[in-house]
Design a protein around this ligand. Structure first.
Ligand SMILES: Cc1cc2nc3c(=O)[nH]c(=O)nc-3n(C[C@H](O)[C@H](O)[C@H](O)COP(=O)(O)OP(=O)(O)OC[C@H]3O[C@@H](n4cnc5c(N)ncnc54)[C@H](O)[C@@H]3O)c2cc1C
Length: 402
């Protein structure tokens, strides 16, 4: 950090081993990789805490905790995410309606600041610095070690059953999502997904009007509750897991237009999650199929909406993207994902802005781009539209670098 302080070129911090964002690194840029700082340093069973180096992968930490009947409450749905990388964005999961953000689970951390000084901060000491470093995307210093809260849970023996509700109209989907987020009951995980494809420019007369062909508008809300599995359900889970893994493998190999049906099937497999599965399977369900099926250029945005403004934020974001698609044809498929987020960290952020300390919900939109891409003036319009929605609805952007 000290060496790079006087250089004009920016210092880049990377948690894991992959430089997979497809960007060529400029020669003069310095990259600090935490790849080899990946140890689990200490597991404190009495206090249910784990101390790790920042480059440790969450999936590895969780496996080590599993041997003691403990687990991390919030892990990303991708196995290579590191503790430092997750802390530097915030960290959400479909268990966030219960446990909040990953950074709500951080007790303290060690860091190197931009001047090269080593320090520590935490929930109960140097709290201002603690909040400056968390979620800062590496701009406020490099996190080198963290102490995390763990919970009593056996993720391989906690079985969940999926209650899925499906919707063909957006209004009912949003109404249902709001009800589930507000009152999740004892759901261990929850997630809602909405998919809206671009209508084909072909229509045919039906009755007195015209129906546009080729539009798919579909939503699903899934709540996963703890259950005791029967032997036959366990067997079904085995078959389902194998099918999804193969679908994911085929989808990652299938490229171009010809591979589209397989990639769509892989994304569909995520919508139709198995009826019964373990908590560990459920947490990484998307990793099996979605990383391959979700490839391709897209505009993505994540927003934390206060629950009081949830439906309004959802409608306004949808109208913004749908309107741009109608007018310019810039997007093809527009999809959304949503769940509750009960986070002390977000509440503290709201309080700092003198806003009510409400619970939140995450709403993410992924808008697939046409091969022609997104012209910069259109991108500017979209970004300022999103900013206006956030400002007027007291919502916060989730800068997950995803
Ligand atoms: C396939 C995929 C699935 C994802 N799923 C989720 C999800 O379920 N939930 C979610 O919340 N996010 C998700 N994300 C986003 C992910 O959490 C962030 O991109 C996270 O920062 C990745 O961590 P990493 O260890 O891979 O870090 P990197 O990709 O290496 O770095 C990402 C950012 O973190 C900073 N950073 C990394 N390590 C440190 C450190 N030690 N100190 C300071 N800054 C650091 C970097 O500067 C950079 O800004 C996903 C991303 C992908 C690609």
């Amino acid at each position: 950090m000290r060496d790079s302080r006087d250089r004009a070129a920016q210092l880049m911090v990377r948690g894991g081993e992959q430089f997979d964002d497809g960007l060529a690194l400029p020669d003069q840029r310095t990259v600090v990789s935490l790849r080899r700082m990946n140890s689990v340093l200490d597991i404190n069973l009495g206090r249910r805490m784990v101390r790790v180096q920042a480059g440790a992968k969450l999936s590895d930490i969780d496996r080590r905790l599993g041997a003691h009947g403990l687990g991390l409450p919030i892990v990303g749905d991708h196995r290579d995410i590191t503790a430092g990388g997750f802390a530097s964005v915030g960290g959400v999961s479909s268990a966030s309606h219960k446990y909040g953000l990953f950074i709500d689970q951080i007790v303290d951390l060690e860091y190197v600041d931009p001047d090269g000084r080593i320090g520590t901060c935490g929930r109960n000491h140097h709290t201002e610095r603690f909040h400056r470093i968390l979620g800062a995307g590496g701009r406020a210093g490099i996190i080198t070690a963290l102490t995390l809260d763990a919970v009593d849970i056996d993720k391989d023996r906690t079985w969940l059953t999926t209650d899925a509700d499906r919707f063909l109209d957006f209004d009912s989907f949003i109404e249902h999502a709001y009800a589930e987020i507000s009152k999740p009951g004892n759901a261990a995980l929850q997630v809602g997904r909405w998919v809206d494809t671009a209508p084909l420019k072909v229509s045919r007369p039906v009755g007195a009007g015209q129906v546009q062909l080729g539009t798919v508008r579909f939503g699903q809300w899934s709540s996963l509750y703890p259950t005791t599995p029967t032997r036959s359900l366990r067997a079904r889970r085995e078959v389902g897991t194998r099918t999804r893994k193969s679908l994911g493998a085929i989808a990652s190999a299938a490229s171009g237009k010809a591979g589209m049906p397989v990639r769509n099937a892989a994304a569909g497999a995520l919508m139709f999650a198995p009826k019964v599965l373990t908590l560990r399977d459920a947490e990484y369900l998307a990793d099996t199929v979605i990383s391959s099926s979700e490839r391709g250029p897209a505009y993505r945005v994540g927003i934390f909406a206060p629950l009081a403004n949830y439906t309004s934020v959802f409608y306004r974001l949808h109208d913004l993207f749908d309107g741009h698609r109608e007018r310019t044809g810039c997007f093809t498929v527009i999809s959304a994902m949503t769940y509750g987020v009960r986070s002390k960290y977000l509440q503290a952020q709201a309080a700092a802005r003198e806003l009510p300390a409400d619970d939140h919900a995450l709403i993410t939109f992924t808008c697939r781009l046409r091969p022609s891409g997104l012209p910069s003036e259109l991108l500017r319009d979209i970004v300022s539209g999103v900013e206006e929605i956030c400002a007027s609805e007291h919502a916060l952007r989730y800068e997950s670098a995803d």
